[in-house]
Design a protein around this ligand. Structure first.
Ligand code: RIB
Ligand code: CA
Length: 312
């Protein structure tokens, strides 16, 4: 039985591969792709989602654009990481996958209402769309099986020394989503940095002999250049597919239950996720937190998805 899933994203190089994994694996039934402003402006993240779906032959999943700015404050993008297009590296042709007319939040709500069972939401961008859904339709909490987030960190940040980008862009949204009582899992940088796209992975993409495999190799080559330049990483971490892989196979990431709070005030730490792994604060645990990635299984799922779509 496959799990109905909504993927909320801000493509973004790693989002692109998360879309492919969610569309390809039979354990999940991708009902909708919703886009949010984050890595780039909403128009660009939405165009990129349509580009990826066109290239990968994902033609049966609606793509809808969502919120173009955080709940409060000004949008901060990551053009230094993902480039001016948000998906720099390979050249994409014009998308043939259409843009859904409805707003992403309306599409999310419709999928949840029409579902015959609770739907899983995987959010791999800022949580603005999810928070807006819960503001407009608080009753949808009962229609959501769980929320799996690529975001936060049990240790340091990336966009700032103590804040991970997705949470940093909209910490109020993250705090509201956390307070909603939804079953929530955070896969933060502490676990996604274990998913490094090493040269052997890039070689596996190229060795597939498909256009999709080649484009993935080019995407990762660009991603590697920014991670080397900005953070002196030897290889880029493939953040977002970790959240999708976890829905497909729980054994991919070892998690613990822990209290998580979102810092929304800190002069230097706004957007930090405060994860109390040792019960120092006396807070009630409110989330599952990813700690250890089982790499071989993860890469088997990720490369298998690209192989499958590339040959379809
Ligand atoms: O911090 C990494 C996260 O921010 C990833 O989801 C990446 O795509 C960006 O959205
Ligand atoms: Ca993302």
């Amino acid at each position: 039985m496959s799990t109905p899933l909504i993927l909320d994203c801000d493509p973004g190089h790693d989002d692109a591969l998360a879309i492919m994994l969610a569309a390809a694996h039979p354990a999940v039934d991708l009902k909708a792709i919703t886009t949010v402003a984050g890595n780039q402006t909403l128009d660009k993240t939405t165009l990129n989602a349509r580009r990826v779906c066109t290239l990968a032959g994902i033609t049966d999943v609606p793509v809808a654009a969502g919120c173009d700015r955080p709940l409060s404050g000004v949008l901060e993008i990551a053009a230094d990481v993902h480039g001016e297009s948000g998906l720099d590296g390979p050249v994409f042709g014009p998308p043939t996958v259409p843009l859904a007319e409805e707003h992403a939040v309306d599409l999310m709500h419709r999928v949840l209402v029409e579902g015959s069972e609770p739907t899983t939401i995987v959010a791999v961008g800022p949580l603005t769309n999810v928070a807006t859904l819960l503001r407009r339709h608080p009753e949808d909490v009962s229609r959501i099986r769980e929320l799996v987030v690529m975001g936060g960190s049990t240790s340091r940040g990336n966009h700032t020394p103590y804040a991970e980008f997705n949470i940093y862009v909209d910490p109020e949204a993250a705090a509201e989503v956390l307070a909603s009582g939804l079953p929530i899992t955070f896969h933060g940088l502490n676990v996604t940095h274990q998913a490094l796209v090493t040269p052997d992975v890039v070689a596996r993409f190229r060795g597939m002999g498909t256009q999709l495999g080649e484009v993935c190799a080019e995407l990762m080559t660009f991603f590697a250049s920014t991670y080397r330049r900005l953070w002196d990483f030897p290889a880029p971490p493939l953040h977002d597919p970790v959240a999708v892989a976890y829905v497909i196979d729980r054994s991919v990431v070892d998690c613990v239950r822990a209290p998580v709070r979102i810092e929304v005030e800190g002069a230097h730490t706004r957007g930090a996720t405060v994860v109390d792994l040792h019960g120092r604060m006396g807070w009630a645990p409110n989330a599952d937190v990813g700690l250890t990635l089982h790499r071989d299984r993860f890469w088997e799922l990720m490369t298998g998805a690209v192989e499958h779509l590339g040959r379809a």
